[in-house]
Design a protein around this ligand. Structure first.
Ligand code: IMP
Ligand code: MG
Length: 191
């Protein structure tokens, strides 16, 4: 057989610069577990999942279908103010919640926590609006670059090493959010 016939075609899902880190089946299994935990802990409470756009969209869609409770969803979009290349920790609200969260039990749904600056500020903002409680569900936790060491992630999908990853909602310059798995970008300069 020639090299041509054995080599599979390059597609978006098997891009050579991306290396599989977390498979679709493992993601599905983990989300069922997180959903069961949240279902047990929020029974009888008014739960609102707040997704942080855009990265959390895929995790949000899967997580909400694993929570067997009456609940609502809402979304925010924020952009971190950058001081040169460094995140300053202040955030600009690009899209705000559509309803008040006063007296609601809020779970903020994030794609990944890196420095923790964005989420720390977001918690302060939502806390000032009188939520009954605020917890964090992050699909990925990348603890190494964490600046806000005190930030507590209540529900974590997977803890990963300090690599740039894409897929399952996470992007590199807007691309690869549609990958159904998590991949490490081998050469970020080429992504
Ligand atoms: P931080 O925790 O304030 O540093 O911001 C985390 C945000 O940075 C996430 O919500 C992502 O949008 C983005 N981010 C951090 N690490 C990665 C990564 O490995 N891939 C894609 N986006 C990332
Ligand atoms: Mg994000």
């Amino acid at each position: 057989m020639s090299a041509e016939t054995t080599k599979s075609a390059m597609t978006e899902f098997n891009h050579p610069n991306n290396e599989l880190l977390i498979a679709e089946e493992d993601i599905a299994r983990r989300i069922k577990e997180l959903g069961a935990e949240i279902t047990a802990e929020y029974a009888g409470k008014e739960l609102v999942l707040v997704g942080v756009l855009k990265g959390s969209c895929v995790f949000m869609a899967d997580l909400m279908r694993a929570i067997d409770l009456p609940m609502a969803i809402d979304f925010m979009a924020v952009s971190s103010y950058k001081d040169g290349m460094k995140s300053s920790g202040d955030v600009e609200i690009l899209k705000d919640l559509s309803k008040p969260i006063r007296d609601k039990h809020v779970i903020i749904v994030e794609d990944i926590v890196d420095t923790g600056l964005t989420l720390t500020r977001l918690i302060e903002i939502l806390d000032s609006r009188g939520a009954a409680s605020i917890k964090i569900a992050s699909f990925l936790d990348k603890p190494e670059p964490r600046i806000k060491k005190e930030l507590k992630i209540d529900y974590t999908g997977f803890v990963i090493e300090n690599n740039f990853v894409v897929g399952y909602g996470l992007d590199a310059a807007g691309r690869y959010r549609n990958l159904p798995f998590i991949a490490i970008v081998k050469n970020p300069a080429e992504a």
